[in-house]
Design a protein around this ligand. Structure first.
Ligand code: HEM
Length: 231
């Protein structure tokens, strides 16, 4: 075995636990981040069918509910819940460890250097957590929906977003999603070792384009309902 591999194997054996190390939890955050990033991108594209009318959107929602004889949605939910839980756990534990470890002066310097999106990651993350809980109670269970009709995703979509305060919350949450993704995609590509002078501009552009695209299209939904474009 080459010397580098031997020393790597020894350091992995010597470390108490991969998940207890900050590098391990950063990898957990990056991998779960990729899963969540993939989901929001696919979800944004799927929802575009609302612009084609009630039949395509309801057909799509029906397909999601019944794929693999109804088991698919539960597998999907289990994967999403695990990814979101691990992502939040790694983020929260790393955040508090960093607070404890860094003297104030160093933190102040870091804050100056960091971009606005990176400094607000804990806050945009918390808004997203609140949004996801509200969103499931809104469109999946109908608990906080003013006129929920089971099996009619198009009706629920339109009547749900016709409430101005709810539409504004959706817009604010999507802005937070955009900022969170912008820094998150940049950061996870760094964690996974894709930082290289040749690719850094590409990484930066990819993170920005995806964040603007996903947040922008998602914001178009409540705006389209509020302006009567979708009714
Ligand atoms: C304006 C933006 C969004 C709109 C209009 C929207 C719309 C919808 C609709 C209509 C459903 C229900 C589909 C059905 O009846 O089967 C749904 C489900 C869901 N959405 Fe969104 N969504 C948006 C953004 C997001 C974002 C940003 C996230 C995550 C960060 C998200 C996470 C989910 C989840 C987890 C479900 C539940 C899937 C399930 O278990 O049934 N959505 N969304």
């Amino acid at each position: 075995m080459p010397a580098v591999e031997i020393s790597l194997a020894r350091s992995v054996q010597a470390s108490p636990s991969f998940l207890a190390s900050s590098v391990g939890r950063k990898v957990v955050m990056a991998v779960s981040g990729i899963i969540l990033f993939g989901f929001v991108t696919v979800h944004m594209i799927g929802n575009l069918q609302v612009y084609m009318g009630a039949v395509p959107l309801n057909h799509y929602a029906d397909f999601l509910q019944h794929m693999v004889h109804g088991a698919g949605i539960w597998v999907f939910r289990a994967v999403m819940l695990t990814a979101a839980g691990l992502h939040a756990w790694a983020a929260i534990t790393l955040y508090f460890e960093n607070l404890k470890a860094r003297p104030m002066g160093y933190r102040a310097q870091q804050l100056e250097a960091a971009s606005w999106a990176s400094r607000t990651m804990p806050w945009t993350g918390l808004v997203l957590l609140a949004f996801i809980i509200f969103h499931i109670l809104h469109f999946t269970t109908g608990t906080v929906h003013p006129d929920f009709v089971k099996g009619n995703a198009y009706h629920n979509f339109v009547t749900g977003l016709q409430v101005p305060l709810v539409a504004v919350f959706y817009i604010v949450a999507q802005l937070c999603l955009g900022f969170h993704m912008w820094h998150g995609v940049w950061s996870l590509t760094q964690t996974l070792g894709w930082s290289h002078p040749r690719y850094n501009l590409l990484r930066r552009r990819f993170a920005m384009v995806m964040a603007v695209l996903v947040a922008g299209v998602n914001i178009s939904y409540p705006v389209a309902v509020l302006t009567g474009l979708i009714h």
